[in-house]
Design a protein around this ligand. Structure first.
Ligand SMILES: Cc1cc2nc3c(=O)[nH]c(=O)nc-3n(C[C@H](O)[C@H](O)[C@H](O)COP(=O)(O)OP(=O)(O)OC[C@H]3O[C@@H](n4cnc5c(N)ncnc54)[C@H](O)[C@@H]3O)c2cc1C
Length: 380
């Protein structure tokens, strides 16, 4: 008999949540990660992640994000830590832009409380934002941000408290699923393990561990910048400034956060997509002047206070699917293997509910949550 019921490969945003939900159901869980707990080599670091409900990408995400909020609050309660800050959120762009029109569609479909603002309203309510008269904003009240490092740490801690075994700095080299569907073998740089089920949540390393899936994933280098705002930090404080996503006329977008106490302070802003393609093995982690200039050019006339000194910048990776919807499913050929990847730069807010879904799939082979959009078979 296997010493573990389930092995979870990858203990970042998604895998840490899966390990927690599996351990909470009384399963014997082994978690494996190639890096130390809560590291900055993958996709779940950088102090803040947007969470919002009027989901412009597709209304199908709304029930999932509503459940995610419940689970984040539960995790805060169980660990006595603050993980989620509600600030309100502003989706800015031309009325027909994907960000504005898509958010409005989801808000209307799901009855999400929102206000429609014209450019003058936006500037009056949030003085650092200087929108041209051609843009509008959809303001949603329950948006805000999560602290990614703290949430990964909280899920890991809960999983261990509930009996999970965690091995860090132990890369998985290979996994095998028995043809009978009842066991898996996992080989790491150090050892060999067996279990009944396997959850693979490898983030940007998916092409290494899920090569046989034949999903054309593209890993994209992204840079987050923290600026020292001209005129001081006060107008950016979280009690008066929202998270925002701003789509430009050419379809590119940037986003930002209120000031949030991090190790080096500052106000974070970044471009959404448009980064160089890379792999976790080849990514240029050094920051170049051009990385920061690209963000400065986006904010220069729109959030001019951030056209300022960059205090700190760091890389991160998006793992993109062709349609930018996630992959969360049973492995198409191995019923005892569950996979989660391709979060395409917008997965973190869902990590808590993805953990619940992965635990459902690994234990029951099915879930009540609507995940039809996330099947890998859509690419075949
Ligand atoms: C700059 C940036 C901004 C973002 N902003 C937002 C946002 O505002 N809102 C939002 O919702 N989402 C956002 N996202 C997306 C979100 O952060 C990701 O979708 C999410 O973090 C992905 O989590 P993951 O668990 O798939 O990957 P990761 O957290 O990277 O975890 C993967 C783990 O697998 C481990 N691993 C890989 N291969 C192996 C192996 N062979 N053996 C053992 N372990 C292995 C890695 O070490 C890693 O710990 C952003 C992402 C970035 C990069």
């Amino acid at each position: 008999m296997a010493a573990f019921d389930v092995i979870v490969i990858g203990l970042g945003g998604m895998g840490s949540a899966a390990a927690y939900h599996l351990a909470a159901r009384g399963l014997r869980v082994l978690g494996l990660d190639r890096h130390a707990p809560v590291h900055s080599y993958g996709s779940s670091h950088g102090q803040s992640r947007i969470i919002r409900q009027a989901y412009f990408e597709d209304p199908a995400y709304v029930p999932l994000v509503l459940r995610a909020y419940e689970l984040w609050e539960q995790l805060e309660h169980d660990t006595g830590t603050s993980l989620l800050t509600i600030t309100g959120g502003l989706m800015i762009g031309a009325p027909a832009s994907a960000v504005v029109a898509g958010s409005l569609r989801s808000a209307r479909a799901h009855g999400i409380r929102h206000d429609l603002l014209d450019a003058a309203d936006i500037h009056r309510r949030f003085p650092p934002l200087m929108p041209p008269t051609t843009v509008v904003g959809l303001y949603e009240h329950q948006a805000g941000f999560l602290q990614p490092e703290a949430t990964v740490r909280a899920h890991l801690r809960r999983a261990v408290d509930l009996g999970a075994t965690m091995h860090f700095a132990e890369p998985v080299m290979a996994w095998n699923a028995s043809p009978t569907g009842d066991s898996v073998q996992v080989t790491t740089a150090r050892d060999w393990y067996e279990a009944a089920r396997l959850v693979i949540a490898p983030g940007a390393w998916a092409p290494d561990l899920l090569a046989d899936l034949a999903v054309p994933l593209q890993v994209e280098r992204q840079v987050m910048c923290w600026f020292d705002p001209r005129g001081g930090i006060a107008p950016f404080l979280a009690d008066r400034f929202p998270i925002y996503i701003w789509e430009l006329d050419d379809g590119t977008a940037f986003y930002g956060f209120p000031a949030h106490a991090g190790p080096r302070g500052g106000v974070k802003a970044a471009l959404h997509h448009g980064g160089d393609l890379c792999t976790p093995h080849t990514i240029q982690r050094a920051i170049h002047a051009d990385d920061i200039d690209r963000v400065r050019r986006a904010v220069a006339e729109r959030v001019p206070a951030l056209n300022s000194t960059c205090l700190h910048a760091v890389t991160c990776m998006y793992t993109n699917t062709p349609d930018h919807h996630f992959i969360v499913a049973a492995h198409p050929r191995h019923a005892q293997v569950t996979i989660a990847t391709g979060f395409s730069g917008h997965g973190f807010k869902f990590a808590s509910v993805i953990g619940e879904i992965l635990a459902d799939l690994a234990t029951d082979g099915t879930t009540q949550h609507p995940i039809g959009l996330f099947t890998p078979q859509r690419f075949s």
